[in-house]
Design a protein around this ligand. Structure first.
Ligand code: PLP
Length: 460
């Protein structure tokens, strides 16, 4: 946790070396020689060769308070009584209670009750199971289906892959996956209905009602949605009125509205939760990455008191749980991260730094015609690169423009992430996601955007 830790390892080649002997780790990219990150501070990561990078994606939109904040470990050491493990299925602990209170106080849920997990996929699984349990206890046993959106990501467990609109990740595992009903994501730059706002009548929201009726309202349990698209559409923001209509449709058919804020929650988009950009109140919100800010694996599912009280009064049990949910150390770190955020007004910072980043991107765009779209809110911004800005025709997928831009930027010392193709793989443009820690300074933003521009120009 402490800043500026320097490795005693010898420098090594951090490049791509397919012939490198395998290590004991099973990496995702098995032909790459991974950078070995040995030190971190603020927005910088340093690898074992001594190279420093600006972490323009905050890991994967995880880090918000900055890297290497030694105050977190110091405060945990000062306050935590070293209780190693408490099984939250049958016991609780002060840290879980305190973090739940704090989290519920900022989550846009009425009388929120918090269920902790180790990661976002587990938080979403918990939300889906809780919704099912609620309907059972309301005497609506036929309600079980979850409607989600194409081009979405809700996690890597089998159930969450089934609900994610990300065929490039799920296709291999299709024998295990039920096909769940989906509606198109709100993606105005490439409207799935070839319409434009406001004449469209927000058709992408209306489509939820069509699918509920098609599936049978008495079979639909919940609608699961990332309020602002994260890694799939690099920051696509629905228009004003979208979620108000979604909420109306959900309420009409007793469908629970689950906001997956694993990536967007905890200030990332300039509001404490992204759904607060609209005038709605979801039934369940999940939160992940920012909650531990990378200092501990932790996530949570926050449900309304009405849902939990109903379950409490009927079955009295939520038969679900993960060994490490709510464990003292993770929650103690979560409490310190929470306090640190409040003391440094970091949610507010995400809004002002986000505006600054957006202004710099808007300045860059006219100088590079291939920048077709800039989108996002706060410190979740995305850039879509296209072959023809007039027709919005993407580059051929074979050219892998986004991954080449990401590699070029990396060579120049900035780590970006390419958007992962969703249902429209090959038809969408190449997307670059930008989601740095909130403590990024204006100068660092200038450098990041300048490297992005240079990298795009070099690759094109
Ligand atoms: N939901 C969203 C919106 C995410 O972006 C992610 C991770 O990227 C997840 C869920 C899954 O979280 P985890 O990887 O912690 O299981």
């Amino acid at each position: 946790l402490s800043a500026g830790i320097v490795s005693t390892q010898e420098p090594e080649d951090a490049g791509t070396t397919p012939d490198a002997p395998p290590t004991s780790v099973l990496y995702r990219e098995l032909l790459q020689n991974y950078k070995n990150i040995v030190a971190s501070e603020g927005v910088y990561l340093t690898d074992s060769t001594g190279r420093r990078y600006i972490d323009a994606v905050g890991g994967t939109a995880v880090n918000i308070i900055g890297h290497g904040v030694s105050e977190i470990s110091a405060r945990v050491a000062d306050n935590w009584d070293s209780t190693s493990f408490v099984y939250s299925a049958f016991m609780t602990n002060p840290w879980q209670e305190e973090l739940a209170r704090k989290l519920a106080s900022i989550t846009p849920i009425e009388d929120g009750r918090v269920f902790f997990t180790s990661g976002g996929s587990e938080a979403n699984e918990s939300a889906v199971k809780l919704a099912r349990q609620y309907h059972l206890d309301c005497g609506r046993a036929s309600k079980w289906k979850v409607i989600s959106r194409t081009a979405s990501y809700h996690g890597n467990t089998l159930a969450m892959l089934a609900l994610s609109g990300r065929p490039t990740w799920s296709a291999r595992y299709s024998p295990y996956l039920d096909s769940s009903p989906k509606i198109a994501a709100a993606y105005c730059y490439r409207c799935p209905f070839s319409l434009s706002h406001p004449q469209c009548g927000i058709r992408c929201a209306e489509d939820l009602e069509r699918v509920i009726l098609q599936e049978g309202p008495d079979t639909v349990s919940a609608f699961l949605v990332e309020p602002i698209s994260g890694s799939s559409l690099a920051g696509a923001v629905p228009v004003e009125g979208y979620y108000e209509r979604i909420q109306e449709i959900c309420r009409k058919y007793d469908v629970l509205f689950i906001a997956d804020e694993v990536l967007t929650g905890y200030g990332r988009t300039g509001r404490t939760f992204a759904i607060e950009h609209w005038d709605v109140t979801p039934d369940i919100v999940t939160v992940g990455k920012g909650l531990g800010s990378g200092y501990t694996p932790i996530a949570a599912c926050v449900a309304s008191g009405a849902i939990v009280d109903k379950i409490r009064s009927v079955s009295g049990q939520f038969v679900h749980g993960f060994t490490y949910g709510g464990m003292p150390m993770a929650c103690a770190i979560g409490v310190q991260v929470f306090d640190y955020i409040q003391e440094h007004s970091l949610f507010e910072l995400a809004s002002t730094r986000g505006d600054y980043l957006r202004a710099r991107l808007e300045e860059l765009a006219p100088t590079i015609p291939a920048i077709g779209d800039i989108r996002g809110l706060g410190l979740l911004q995305g850039v879509e690169i296209v072959g023809n800005p007039k027709t919005r025709q993407p580059f051929s997928p074979d050219r892998k423009i986004a991954s080449r831009i990401v590699r070029e930027a990396e060579a120049r010392g900035v780590l970006f992430r390419e958007g992962t193709p969703g249902a429209n793989a090959g038809k969408d443009g190449d997307q670059i996601q930008i989601s740095p820690p909130f403590v990024i300074s204006p100068n660092e933003i200038d450098e990041m955007v300048s490297v992005l521009g240079d990298s795009i120009r070099t690759v094109l």
